[in-house]
Design a protein around this ligand. Structure first.
Ligand code: G16
Length: 542
């Protein structure tokens, strides 16, 4: 074992989902090592036989980081490391493997939907033994440890062959290179009616899945093309590349342009979906039809009993605060609780572990269930396919029927990416200061019922999270929400979330931006977005 002297780096505070920085930052001597040592120090000595799961989304620097982590895991006393072949593990697959093999925890290497390559982003996060992202108390402790670190430990050993299945010894640590897909694909097959989906596809139902040259390619090919019989070519951009082919692996209407063009073009397939860099996000499209993530959660909750895994009903639903209230209406109808948490999948972990909820979702293209402790892109795709196979209706018809039954929550998110940090912080500070005085005022015809900075008390462990986003709630149930992203790596990203409920089914056909126009204008009145950021339009609208 070698002990290396080091000094702390500034800014190793995990964001919404782990530590994300430019590759150049991570590639500095000691940078990754410091963070990993801080995680290990925070965890303390591991029990005999402890297993660590290691893998990532295949982006640039993934393999280098894995070699370092394995040498440090050996020095920390782990007995076994399970590593995905080629260094590949999607985030939900890592969660599945941690749970299935009762690992102590896992280190997942990903910057999710952020671009990859030498000039782009890298990231790392620790997931606990439940398979879920480390809770805030742990990430705060890790950050504190990074501030006082003076040394890290690793063993001197040759690099491990990550491409060949099998075991290698690294100074007391058994490194087992595993098939990254099989366990996850088996889990999916146990949850859904694969026979029904197979016959839907065999009957001529056409689907397209865009893996965006990120981690889900091998998973989607195995599940959709091999196990479910979709024709070869159903999965596009299926080869994981270190730079995601130069693309931005974020499954939204702007970045998944190839899929969007096909789904909104002539002779479009019946169903289209995309996933992100590490496979936890999903976007679902019908022919000429976009399903908002908030609606997707609501529709899946309303139809859950059509899927074998959820046939006996769901215990409850959870959504992040900025996610629309569409799922709340389904939960109310089902007579199950609906929890509103801060942004970040880590906040769902306790609710899932305690059996309080079965389904969770976020507006940021995240949907999942208690089958793992991460959001899960392919899971959402399969649940939709199961519902489609059972309902024998189109995506659009299912969503429209849902709106007719529950009303429609018009919803949109406007992102202002790469905004000057001081300007973004100034905008939020201005809103915080203005918040207490807004209640009762009338803005463009909307009366403010409440304006606050969202805080959350975890109903399971009582932990409190404050300053999770400014929300302006109106008396008619509409709202605008402002928060700064916790996943970016340069400047700040301001997110504006806008929602309006429309019960009248004859008014469910307005274009979303039109339906929300007054609220969008009002948001600028309140926050001064244009004046403060210098941007006259958002970078991305979803
Ligand atoms: C992460 C978290 C999600 C969160 C999303 C958006 O997603 O895991 O729970 O909703 O970030 O965060 P922000 O608005 O702070 O950028 P991912 O897919 O990046 O891991």
């Amino acid at each position: 074992m070698r002990i290396v002297a080091t000094t702390p780096f500034d800014g190793q505070k995990p964001g919404t989902s782990g530590l994300r920085k430019k590759v150049k930052v991570f590639a500095q001597p000691h940078y990754l090592e410091n963070f990993v040592q801080a995680v290990f120090d925070t965890l303390g000595p591991v029990p005999a036989g402890a297993v660590l799961v290691v893998g990532g989304d295949g982006r640039y620097h993934n393999r280098t980081a894995i070699q370092t982590i394995l040498k440090m895991a050996a020095a920390h006393g782990f007995s076994r490391a399970l590593v995905g072949q080629g260094g590949i593990l999607s985030t939900p697959a890592a969660s599945c493997i941690i749970r299935k093999y009762q690992a102590f925890g896992g280190l997942i290497l990903s910057a999710s939907h952020n671009p990859g390559g030498p000039e782009e982003d890298f990231g790392i996060k620790y997931n606990a033994g439940n398979g879920g992202p480390a809770p805030e108390a742990l990430t705060d402790a890790v950050y504190a440890r990074t501030r006082s670190l003076t040394e890290y430990r690793l063993v001197d050993a040759p690099d491990v062959d990550l491409d060949t299945l099998g075991e290698t010894q690294v100074d007391g640590l058994t490194v087992q290179v595993i098939d990254p897909v099989a366990d996850y694909a088996d889990l999916m097959e146990s949850l859904f009616d694969f026979a029904a989906i197979r016959s839907l596809i065999a009957g001529g139902f056409r689907l397209r899945f865009d893996a965006m040259h990120a981690v889900t390619g091998p998973y989607a090919r195995e599940i959709l093309e091999k196990r479910l019989g979709a024709p070869a070519g159903t999965v596009i951009n299926g080869m994981p590349l270190e730079d995601f082919g130069g693309g931005h692996p974020d499954p939204n209407l702007v970045y998944a342009e190839e899929l969007v063009a096909e789904m909104f073009g002539a002779n479009a397939p019946d169903f289209g979906a995309a996933s992100d860099g590490d496979g936890d996000r999903n976007m679902v499209l019908g022919r000429n039809f976009f399903v908002t993530p908030s609606d997707s959660l609501a529709v899946l909750a309303a139809n859950a009993t059509l899927c074998p895994a959820y046939a006996r009903g769901i215990a409850g639903v959870a959504r992040s605060m900025p996610t629309s209230g569409a799922a709340d209406r389904v939960a109310a109808r089902l007579g199950v609780p609906c929890f509103e948490t801060p942004t970040g999948w880590k906040f769902f972990g306790n609710l899932l572990d305690a059996g309080k909820v079965t389904l969770c979702g976020e507006e940021s293209f995240g949907t999942g269930s208690d089958h793992v402790r991460e959001k899960d892109g392919l899971w959402a795709v399969l649940m939709w396919l199961n519902v489609l196979a059972s309902r024998k209706d189109s995506v659009e018809a299912i969503v429209r029927h849902h709106w007719a039954e529950y009303g429609r929550n018009y919803y949109s998110r406007h992102d202002y990416e790469g905004v000057d940090s001081d300007a973004a912080n100034g905008l939020m500070a201005h809103l915080r200061a203005a918040a207490p005085g807004l209640a009762g005022t009338v803005l463009r015809g909307y009366t403010v019922a409440l304006c606050d900075d969202f805080a959350y008390t975890d109903p399971v462990d009582g932990s409190v999270s404050t300053a999770q986003g400014i929300r302006v709630l109106f008396t008619d149930g509409s709202r605008v929400v402002f928060r700064l992203s916790g996943t970016g790596t340069s400047g700040a990203t301001l997110r504006l979330y806008v929602e309006r409920y429309e019960a009248d089914a004859t008014r469910h056909d307005q274009p979303t931006q039109e339906a929300l126009a007054d609220l969008i204008a009002l948001a600028d009145d309140v926050a001064g977005i244009v004046a403060r950021t210098g941007r006259d339009a958002p970078t991305v609208i979803t």
